[in-house]
Design a protein around this ligand. Structure first.
Ligand code: 3PG
Length: 307
């Protein structure tokens, strides 16, 4: 029986990416199975039953899904954040979990700037706005996305600061940013903060009122990371206390209706859109397919994220 690779995407890849993945998979003599826009976890559970490899996006690879995948050897999250995969369940079953770091970083960084310009121009309301040039931008973490944000910020002629505790001062300076020693200081100093931390046990709800309240007058926070890193209650308190503050996020917080009193100062994308470009889909999707082939054919687990 041919090796089967499943693409399971609730939010489908652009068709050009699906074609590229199909070409790679079929050139290897594997079979491609496609499950798009599914509406229940049961459909995913049924689809994984007899496949050897899976490519997902933000789709939830729960323990139930991993346990149902009797032949599964490798699951690749075509993207950066793998907080949607139960890594322990994968390890328990000897399944290798991978991501495709960097492949959609430019797409996310461009969206961050789209949101910043939108905020600066008062949500295209027709009122007079401001410019990004000369403003202080704080980049909260400097991985692949943060680096792309820094690159674009240089073009906008912004003053760039970064809080990146795992990176050296040389690395931060090479990105054109000035290292800042604490999260608090970053928010205190910067007119705009762009968030690029992963959602982990340590970072969830870590951006709270105590951090936000430090922002200068007219401060803008752009969150193209995960909604979970923001402490929603603290954010709402900040919105209520500071009529000068704006928050823009790639996907809505859990209780989006609570933000309605602050209309004109917040924006949430209807669906997670950071990586939703043809280019990012091709980059991440094809990388995922190549990583699956390299793993199944040669045991190459370079991008493995579980222990
Ligand atoms: C990522 O972690 O790579 C981004 O959040 C993209 O998510 P998506 O593939 O669901 O668009």
């Amino acid at each position: 029986m041919a090796t089967k690779v499943l693409i399971a995407t609730d939010k489908p890849f652009a068709s050009v990416a699906v074609k590229g993945i199909r070409d790679i998979v079929e050139a290897q003599g594997y079979e491609l199975v496609l499950l798009e826009k599914y509406t229940s976890p049961a459909e995913l559970i049924a689809a994984v039953a007899d496949v050897d490899a899976v490519i997902i996006r933000s789709d939830l690879a729960t323990k139930e899904v991993i346990d149902a995948a009797k032949k599964l050897k490798v699951i690749v999250r075509a993207g950066a954040g793998y907080d949607n995969i139960d890594l322990q369940a994968c390890t328990g079953k000897g399944v290798v979990a991978m991501n495709t770091p960097g492949q959609n970083a430019n797409a996310v960084a461009e969206l961050a700037f789209g949101l910043m310009v939108y905020a600066a121009r008062d949500f295209y309301s027709g009122k007079s706005g401001t410019e990004l040039k000369g403003k202080k931008l704080g980049i909260h973490a400097l991985g692949n996305i943060g680096l792309n944000v820094a690159r674009i910020a240089r073009g906008f002629d912004m003053e760039i600061y970064a809080y990146a505790p795992t990176k050296s001062a040389e690395y931060i300076r090479a990105a054109g940013a000035i290292p800042v020693e604490s999260v608090e200081k970053l928010y205190e100093m910067c007119d705009y903060v762009s968030i690029h931390i992963p959602a982990t046990a340590q970072t969830k709800k870590s951006i709270n009122y105590d951090v936000l309240k430090r922002m200068p007058k007219g401060g803008v926070v752009v969150n193209t990371a995960r909604k979970e890193v923001m402490d929603e209650a603290g954010l709402l308190k900040m919105m209520a206390e500071r009529p000068d503050f704006k928050y823009l996020s790639d996907i809505a917080p859990d209780n989006a209706a609570d933000f309605e009193p602050f209309k004109g100062r917040y924006f949430f994308t209807p669906k997670k859109m950071g990586a939703q470009t043809e280019e990012a889909n091709v980059n991440a999707g094809l990388a995922a397919a190549r990583q699956i082939v390299a793993f199944l054919e040669h045991g190459d687990d370079t991008f493995k994220v579980n222990k």
